[in-house]
Design a protein around this ligand. Structure first.
Ligand SMILES: *[C@@H]1O[C@H](CO)[C@@H](O)[C@H](O)[C@H]1NC(C)=O
Ligand SMILES: *[C@@H]1O[C@H](CO)[C@@H](O)[C@H](O)[C@H]1NC(C)=O
Ligand SMILES: *[C@@H]1O[C@H](CO)[C@@H](O)[C@H](O)[C@H]1NC(C)=O
Length: 739
């Protein structure tokens, strides 16, 4: 029997690992011989009595590339706010085959038991304190719910020390450094390729700084090791005292309204570390002119980003992240500049020793460097990451653009998170990036998340009235949440403190101009706009969004946006899962090449390894735009019946759970639905398109298929593993249309 459940296969996997070493060869998995299972769950709504008809995957006639949906010019003032219901003809109840191929899988590394070894929290207090970073020693306060919160702001006795003040290693109160970013004036974070080309000195200092913090001792809170470790493993407190932490997960927030906001101070902490490291290196140059030049460059050091939806560089990995070495100018022993070729800190992170990885679960406790698409000998194959990314490019652009049309902040956050999740999978290929617990160790993680932060800043600029609204909470390392807890804009974003010692909250990160106060901007939310009005910023940023990601606009008029929504209760598959959608064609072997030809999007859990045995029950969904696929296959035109027919026939789905094939009929909560809605586009450069109808679900595109919905409730009010129903957190109030 095929099982999508990690727990039932864990033992087998562990046995395999121990007999063949950690670099187990990819295994072949038999396909499920019994595609149609008996109704396993009472609430399963599919009609399992229907005979299974396999439909060969055929490329439908490819017509000329036309516009999508009916395009006609209308005066926005007269736009009706009612949905245009499409009249659909009778569709045959043919099933889409859930794959029957015998395939090898790309075996995703499976985690064994998590070692209980951790770096003692006392080590935190021994970190070096730089005289250039203000160090505060806050008072200890009584424990609050679930954990001790040292240094809550209720007490004001915060001491600033300029010389190195170390707390004794027996103190319960850690010394900590607030997260304030760089200390020079505001500079824009640049696209990595642009940084390399246009400011080689800053790039030089960035590389040297990153090399330096990767070499810093594991005990240094601002080392690459500890900053990366905040996200997930090794599950140790960061600049927080003893407490009742949840050692099953990291501090990061996923599937939550706080996804975008939590990562903002997180990135700022790395930027701060890189900045000060760059300054320290620049100061080592002895010739005055050289020192002056590189101090100026170090002052500009900001985290660069990787724009994976950029129309020019598309979704390829930035070349610098794929090269093993890089040439730099650095101070030699006597401070003179020398040219040297060094191990590239943007290519991979090399752990300092086996002690560094000892706290990780098997097999990560033997892997001493980060890799993408590692082969059996743990060699890097970033070129596979690059081609996987590229095949999702066109739909990724549409999904990125659509995120800006979101009518609530939470929906925007969910859309960006969905795009982001699938990138973790496409880049990792079983390497660290595929796992929440380990992803932040790969340097590309930071460039990837910097882009997420940039999209957040752009959305804040273009939708200044929208921000985080209350939604059901997600537990983290320092915030174990009891049932019915709510996350909102005033939830503490542990473990990051502001200059005054208080915890960051999302509310501190709103509106868009707050990033300039943290001394960074983006080309689309530039530091140069600090003296302009929010309206001017809105106009400027909107123009940038339209130019960068609005390539497919057919102007002006109303068109139809087609989407497939994939949905699951994440608790149903402990470990990691991905549900892939293919349009028109699909890879010959989707299990070994899930991002191959035909890939248009996916719902990705970002495997959390053993951690996910305790995954909180929560509905996760992603909307994958079908428009680029429809356009590519020439399925445009004004006949929505045709479109639904194509979609019904040509969309296929593949589920991989913990490296193995899994099927909708094995799952209780996994569903997919197809909907469309009207979008009005004025064609003006400084105006974004907006929805003029609510989503209309095309039930007869999906009904009759295993996993496809038959009733609206299945997608609007989905079933969780315990049989209860809930509105997904990002969906609350999100379907409001512009009037
Ligand atoms: C498809 O939907 C349309 C519109 O709701 C409806 O008129 C039609 O009967 C449906 N067809 C099938 C096969 O359910
Ligand atoms: C900024 O940081 C640098 C080095 O990291 C330090 O030398 C300088 O004094 C700091 N400037 C301010 C204004 O804090
Ligand atoms: C959603 O809308 C309803 C009605 O407008 C309102 O009462 C409720 O507070 C809103 N919920 C959120 C989370 O914004």
């Amino acid at each position: 029997m095929v099982s999508c459940n990690w727990a039932t296969t864990a033992l087998l996997t562990l046995l395999t690992l121990s007999s063949s070493g950690v670099h187990a060869a990819p295994k072949k998995y038999k396909p499920d011989p019994d595609q149609i299972k008996e109704k396993r769950q009472l609430l399963q709504t599919i009609n399992t009595n229907q005979p299974l008809t396999r439909v060969p995957i055929t490329l439908a006639t490819i017509g000329t590339i036309g516009t999508i949906g009916p395009t006609f010019t209308r005066d926005p003032a007269t736009l009706s706010t009612t949905a245009t219901l499409l009249t659909l003809g009778t569709l045959p109840a043919t099933r889409i085959p859930v794959t029957l191929q015998t395939v090898a899988t790309n075996t995703l590394p499976t985690l064994g038991t998590l070692s209980a070894t951790r770096i003692p929290a006392t080590l935190q207090t021994l970190a070096t304190t730089s005289s250039t970073l203000p160090v505060y020693t806050p008072p200890t306060t009584p424990p609050g719910y679930g954990y001790t919160t040292p240094g809550t702001t209720s007490s004001s006795s915060i001491r600033t020390t300029t010389s190195s003040t170390r707390t004794s290693s027996t103190s319960a109160t850690p010394t900590y450094t607030p997260v304030t970013g760089a200390n020079t004036t505001c500079y824009n974070r640049l696209k990595i390729d642009v940084l390399q080309r246009t400011d080689p000195d800053q790039f030089n200092m960035l590389v040297l700084a990153w090399q330096k913090i990767q070499a810093s001792p594991d005990s240094d809170p601002f080392s690459h090791y500890q900053l990366s470790g905040i996200h997930g493993a090794p599950y140790i407190p960061w600049q927080m005292g003893p407490g009742s932490y949840d050692y099953n997960r990291g501090y990061c927030t996923h599937g939550s309204a706080l996804f975008t906001t939590w990562h903002r101070p997180y990135l700022l902490a790395l930027e701060q570390s890189l900045f000060h490291a760059a300054m320290a290196i620049a100061n080592q140059f002895t010739p005055t002119a050289v020192r002056t030049q590189y101090l100026a460059a170090a002052g500009r050091v900001r985290l660069p980003y990787w724009d994976w939806s950029d129309p020019v560089t598309q979704s390829y990995l930035p070349p610098i992240t794929m090269q093993q070495t890089v040439t730099v100018t650095r101070p030699d022993g006597s401070g003179n500049p020398v040219t040297a070729t060094i191990t590239n800190p943007l290519f991979a992170y090399n752990f300092l020793s086996s002690t560094s990885v000892a706290p990780f679960g098997t097999p990560w406790n033997t892997r001493l460097s980060t890799r993408r698409y590692p082969d059996g000998s743990w060699n890097d194959r970033s070129y596979l990451a690059s081609s996987s990314m590229q095949s999702g490019f066109t739909s990724r652009v549409t999904n990125t653009y659509n995120a800006f049309l979101s009518t609530t902040y939470n929906l925007f956050s969910n859309r960006v998170e969905g795009v982001h999740d699938s990138i973790h999978g496409a880049v990792g290929g079983g390497g660290q990036m595929s796992y929440v617990a380990y992803s932040a160790f790969d340097p590309i993680f930071w460039l990837h998340h910097c882009n997420v932060d940039r999209l957040m800043a752009m959305f804040q600029a273009t939708s200044p009235s929208l921000f985080v609204t209350p939604a059901s909470a997600v537990g983290t390392f320092a915030r174990p949440v009891p049932p019915n807890t709510i996350d909102d804009a005033s939830t503490d974003l542990f473990p990051f403190r502001r200059a005054d010692g208080s915890w960051y909250k999302s509310s501190h990160l709103h509106p868009a101009n707050t990033i300039w106060g943290m001394r960074y901007g983006y080309p689309e939310v530039p530091c140069s706009y600090q003296t302009r009005t929010p309206a001017e910023l809105d106009t400027f940023t909107t123009g940038q969004v339209n130019t960068l990601y609005g390539g497919g606009r057919t102007l002006p008029g109303t068109s139809r946006e087609w989407n497939v929504r994939l949905l699951i209760d994440q608790a149903e598959i402990p470990g990691g899962y991905d549900i892939y959608v293919y349009g028109g064609t699909r890879p010959q072997d989707p299990y070994s090449d899930p991002y191959g030809k035909g890939y248009i999007g996916s719902l990705s859990s970002m495997s959390m390894g053993s951690v996910d045995q305790y995954k909180q029950s929560r509905i996760r969904f992603v909307d994958v735009s079908l428009n680029s696929y429809l356009k590519e296959y020439g399925y445009g035109g004004a006949d929505p019946y045709k479109i639904t027919e194509y979609i019904r026939k040509d969309l296929t789905y593949t589920i991989i759970a913990n490296g193995k094939p899994c099927y909708f009929q094995d799952l209780y909560t996994a569903k997919y639905a197809v909907y469309s809605r009207d979008v009005y586009d004025s064609g003006k450069d400084d105006v974004l398109p907006y929805y003029t109808s609510d989503p209309y679900y095309h039930l007869n595109v999906t009904e009759g298929y295993v996993g496809g919905i038959k009733y609206l409730d299945e997608i609007l009010y989905p079933v969780k593993v315990d049989g209860s129903r809930e509105v997904p957190w990002a969906e609350v109030n999100s379907t409001r249309i512009q009037t």
